[in-house]
Design a binder for this molecule. Structure first.
Ligand code: HEM
Length: 213
């Protein structure tokens, strides 16, 4: 059976705000760790650097200090200092280093989790498939924000960090919108191994187990 088409994800309020304000109103928020930086770090990088720190884990203490140390290595002109080392795929292309630098200059932001309405969460197996339809209502800071569901990346787990049964809702500002905030429906169809009876949703207000129907 072919995979169903992904649902239309543009919330109505955002669509209206974008049309009213025109393309110029689309804002470009700074890069975010989970969206633009962590995906640049390979499993090999994470593993080899484990003697010093977990490269996939955003540090709880002094993140700017850690990421400044990292930037200095990424940018180093010395072949025996630059990271990743030239003998294992390094150094990064200049565009990646510029992105990292821009992200750090913006204060090394993370991608915020969305506030979830726990009563709204559902996970419905699409019969006879390895797919599940996940739905949630998110309370976003403004009508100019979007939220989406993706598989949780468990940064503490070295080799298979993408959890089969855990999903996270992120939010992101897309356009400055004066429109009133209303709960925003968020939905997607994602893979879930057959036989899994419960999934977990991760949001800003907590982690919520939900039975698969
Ligand atoms: C983007 C990927 C990487 C980043 C951001 C990175 C970053 C760093 C940093 C910040 C240090 C200094 C640690 C300290 O002073 O406490 C370091 C040291 C080191 N890294 Fe990496 N690393 C990366 C990938 C790798 C890989 C793939 C390897 C091995 C194949 C590696 C091997 C080493 C070694 C052996 C040292 C210690 C020797 C030295 O100080 O030059 N790194 N790395």
């Amino acid at each position: 059976m072919p995979r169903p088409r992904p649902p239309q994800k543009m919330p109505k309020a955002l669509d209206a705000a974008l049309k009213a304000a025109g393309a110029a109103a689309v804002v470009e928020p700074p890069p975010a760790f989970e969206l633009h930086i962590r995906p640049l770090l390979r499993s090999l990088d994470r593993e080899q650097m484990d003697f010093a720190f977990n490269l996939w884990h955003y540090p709880d203490v002094d993140p700017i200090g850690r990421f400044t140390l990292i930037l200095n290595r990424l940018k180093s002109p010395a072949a025996d200092v630059v990271m990743p080392p030239p003998y294992s795929g390094g150094p990064w292309p200049a565009e990646w280093i510029a992105l990292f630098e821009r992200w750090l200059a913006a204060g090394a932001p993370r991608l915020p989790l969305a506030q979830l309405d726990p009563a709204s969460l559902t996970a419905a197996r699409i019969a006879g498939t390895s797919l599940v339809r996940l739905t949630a209502m998110a309370n976003l800071p403004s009508a100019g924000h979007v939220a989406w569901i993706e598989r949780r990346f468990a940064e503490e787990v070295p080799f298979s960090p993408e959890r089969a049964d855990e999903f996270v809702l992120y939010e992101r500002l897309v356009t400055a919108s004066p429109a009133a905030v209303t709960p925003t429906p968020v939905e997607d169809v994602l893979e879930l191994p057959t036989g899994v009876a419960t999934v977990k949703f991760f949001g800003a207000n907590g982690t919520f187990p939900v039975a698969v129907t």
